[in-house]
Ligand binder design. Structure first.
Ligand SMILES: Nc1nc2c(ncn2[C@@H]2O[C@H](COP(=O)(O)OP(=O)(O)OP(=O)(O)O)[C@@H](O)[C@H]2O)c(=O)[nH]1
Length: 550
């Protein structure tokens, strides 16, 4: 055994349980001097100064006998010069057939310092690792601080272990104040109580997501969407949970606004149609379907030209879209077609919507059905221009048509004849059979005049028993006289006035364009004068106006 011990660089002694030296190795002899035999069977106390001996007896042996080993016990050894040298020793009990042996291995302070160096290095490595970890944490913090969401970590005791900047700012707390804060203290009792089931779920390993309206320290309210994600280790233990909370106030407000817009979109009476820049329908509302009869699903993705009625030419639509594009808006009335092919008047307003680059991205068309209004306008217009009894054009419309005819004739010469008719003996009908009978006579006369004339000619009632006939392209005076006489003859026919028969005649004055005048007023005056000439000549006859020009 001693040979083996001699190989060791450390001083070693072997004792029995009473501390009697059994062996001393070579390294120990270089330290304490003498021969091995000198030390054998001596108490190891001989190697120690008094203080170490006492320490050995009172502390080391009891520990050694109890534990079977001691480590790094500081003892002093007397060297060859009798000087005390500080050393450390590790001792281990080794049972043998001859009884327990105790191996005392010594290392001097210098060796100890190597050991400490190793320790120091190990600590530095640990510190480097720690530094790495700190850097990593700093990196994580930098990244999470830049995020708009609240990111935090809560341990099992519901103490905050991490909270990013947004989390701190949200609750107006510093990083130090956040560190270790209890979640209840941060959220307040009310929100904590509401969140408690989710916290419990997260600590039970269950991820959860929920929304909550939170009042912030500055008093503002915000909608939050929270995710609690359990932090589970390899053994399946939940050590805490990550909290990821996003401010969804704007999103919720946006959704609310969208819902409002959608509600308006579908509840207004105006038809709405949104198309892309090329005119493909993207969206229509319920009123669109109500007015056009075209189903929403059927309209989408089709061209807005499905509404074309054919009453306008291509130029009309080109002008309309060009104006909407260039001016950003177009307003007007468009004859459009319903699903069933019927035509309606669309009072339409088109607005162009531009994207952030200024390009037109959408056209919003708002429209209503203006057909009923148009029909009513037509009736009013008709009433304004027609005689309500005979439905013939009245003085206004007559003058308008006469104006058009004279204007055309001034550019491309043609003859126009204006026949002024005033009934003879009409008052007697009224007086004899009453006003209604008189009306029957007037409508009958109107019908007879129309029956005798071409569609291009005009028959008008000036009022009372006065009628005007306009003959367009009346070339020969003889022809005009012939027509005039035929009209007189026709009126002379008996008129059935319900059970009895009335007779009226007509006196007719004829003025010719351009001979008797160039303007409507001149022509009417000339014909009126000629009519009076006919009356004066005995009634029921015709007279031409006296020419004003050769
Ligand atoms: N029934 C009816 N009578 C009308 C209407 N407008 C005017 N009158 C009447 O028509 C008559 C016209 O009078 P006159 O032209 O003098 O009658 P007349 O008997 O033809 O006389 P002369 O023109 O001189 O031949 C008046 O009695 C008016 O009251 C109408 O819309 N309906």
């Amino acid at each position: 055994m001693i040979e083996t011990l001699d190989l060791l660089p450390n001083p070693v002694i072997v004792t029995n349980g009473d501390g009697i030296v059994q062996e001393v190795n070579a390294a120990m002899l270089t330290w304490v001097g003498g021969q091995a035999a000198h030390w054998r069977n001596q108490s190891m106390n001989a190697l120690l100064p008094v203080a170490s001996r006492v320490f050995l007896q009172t502390h080391v042996w009891p520990l050694l006998l109890r534990e079977g080993h001691v480590n790094e016990i500081r003892l002093q050894i007397k060297n060859t010069d009798g000087k005390a040298v500080s050393a450390f020793t590790n001792c281990k009990k080794s049972p043998t057939a001859q009884g327990d042996l105790f191996y005392w291995v010594f290392f001097v302070a210098a060796e100890r310092s190597r050991f400490e160096d190793a320790l120091l290095q190990a600590r530095r490595r640990a510190e480097d690792v720690l530094k790495d970890l700190t850097q990593q944490e700093r990196f994580i913090r930098t990244v999470t601080d830049a995020l708009p969401s609240l990111i935090g970590y809560w341990d099992r005791d519901l103490r905050c272990r991490f909270a990013n900047k947004t989390y701190q700012d949200w609750f107006a707390k510093s990083q130090e104040q956040m560190q270790g804060i209890h979640i209840r203290d941060l959220l307040g009792d009310t929100i904590y109580t509401l969140n408690a089931p989710m916290i419990e779920a997260a600590l039970n390993g269950e991820a959860c997501e929920f929304e909550r309206e939170i009042q912030r320290p500055d008093g503002t309210k915000a909608n939050t969407l929270a995710n609690y994600i359990p932090d589970t280790d390899a053994q399946g233990r939940v050590n805490g949970f990550f909290a990821l909370v996003s401010n969804v106030t704007k999103i919720r407000e946006g959704e609310q606004a969208s819902r409002l817009i959608a509600s308006v979109f579908n509840n207004i009476n105006e038809g709405l149609m949104i198309t892309d820049a090329q005119g493909a329908i993207l969206m229509v509302n319920a009123a669109f379907t109500h007015i056009t009869g075209i189903d929403m699903a059927e309209a989408v993705a089709r061209s807005s030209s499905i509404l074309k009625s054919g009453r306008h030419d291509d130029t009309f639509y080109e002008d309309m879209w060009r104006a909407a594009r260039d001016a950003g808006k177009w307003q007007g009335e468009v004859w459009s077609q319903r699903q069933d092919g019927s035509v309606f008047l669309m009072a339409l307003s088109i607005s162009a919507m531009r994207d952030e680059r200024g390009q037109i991205s959408r056209y919003v068309s708002v429209f209503s059905d203006a057909t009923a209004r148009w029909n009513k306008d037509q009736v009013v217009e008709r009433m304004a221009l027609h005689d309500s009894l005979t439905q013939l054009p009245n003085r206004n419309l007559l003058m308008e048509r006469l104006g058009q005819l004279t204007s055309i004739a001034s550019r491309s010469p043609r003859n126009i004849a204006l026949l002024f008719l005033d009934l003879d003996g009409f008052k007697a009908v009224n007086d004899t059979w009453g006003h209604d009978a008189g009306d029957r006579v007037l409508t009958t006369v109107a019908g007879r005049l129309l029956a005798k004339l071409r569609l291009t000619d005009t028959v008008a009632r000036l009022g009372g028993d006065e009628f005007i006939v306009l003959l367009d392209e009346a070339n020969l005076m003889e022809n005009v006289a012939l027509i005039g006489q035929q009209l007189i003859d026709s009126i002379n026919q008996p008129i059935d006035i319900g059970g009895t028969v009335a007779h009226v005649g007509t006196s007719m004055g004829i003025a010719l364009y351009p001979h008797n005048g160039l303007t409507p007023q001149e022509l009417l005056k000339a014909a009126d004068d000629a009519m009076y000439a006919a009356k004066a000549a005995g009634k029921n006859t015709l007279r031409f106006a006296i020419p004003t020009k050769a």
